[in-house]
Design a binder for this molecule. Structure first.
Ligand code: ZN
Length: 228
């Protein structure tokens, strides 16, 4: 065993899922249950800019000029972040990579660090059911209580059960057409990534239409196995 080196082998997971699939919630539950760190591109950029690292300074200059931060800069920021001590138990990437180019760059970065993608987990949704679920939401404009046309209607039509308020609000971007559009966009953008990770043999899929806790339990089992 002479000269044997300890390499960083912290597991790396990617969560894929359309808006409304509960990706953020599941990532937080994994974080709490396994000590993983959830890394989203937005958070990474903000933290790097705040810390004033070289890559953070580069990102800041691009953003101030109204430009899009390049893959190279994001990868450099991610590289810095993965070396931090709190990432030693593993990380969950949320919202990155978005393209196969980014996925390839990520693979290279991880290989350099002696790490690899343990699993890319796709939260699968039934598009029609998802449209019905999201587009049925409304809230009381007075007390903020949340309702749903089908799953949680008010006892008296148009009147809040909790406060009796009669001003119900619906978010403009929660209408059926917008939700369907977001899903179509997601599938278009994500299909190449799904293929990429399937080709690498690390793709796993999970039905994300059930109860949050049941999904979390299944996901937790998948992650434990893939981390092994
Ligand atoms: Zn109310």
């Amino acid at each position: 065993m002479d000269g044997a080196q300890v390499t960083a082998t912290a597991p790396v997971f990617i969560l894929l899922g359309p808006p409304g699939a509960g990706k953020g919630t599941q990532a937080r539950m994994l974080q709490d249950a396994h000590g993983f760190v959830q890394l989203s591109t937005g958070d990474l950029l903000r933290a790097a800019v705040a810390a004033g690292t070289d890559a953070g300074e580069a990102a800041k200059a691009v953003m101030e000029a109204g430009g899009l931060v390049s893959d190279e800069i994001v990868i450099a920021i991610l590289k810095d972040r993965l070396g931090d001590e709190d990432c030693g138990h593993g990380v969950i990437l949320d919202g990155f990579p978005r393209t196969t180019g980014q996925a390839e760059a990520l693979d290279e970065l991880l290989a350099d660090a002696g790490q690899h993608i343990n699993a890319a987990i796709s939260l699968e949704v039934d598009d029609a059911a998802m449209v019905a679920r999201i587009s049925g939401r409304f809230t009381c404009g007075n007390c903020g209580e949340g309702y749903h046309d089908v799953h949680k209607p008010t006892a008296v039509l148009g009147t809040c059960d909790k406060c009796g308020g009669t001003h119900m609000k619906r978010r403009a971007d929660d209408n059926a057409e917008t939700v369907a559009q977001r899903l179509t966009e997601y599938h278009k953008q994500t299909a190449p990534l799904i293929d990429y990770y399937e080709g690498k043999g690390v793709l796993q899929s999970l039905d994300a239409m059930g109860e949050i806790d049941a999904i979390a339990t299944t996901l937790s089992g998948m992650v434990r196995e893939a981390a092994g």
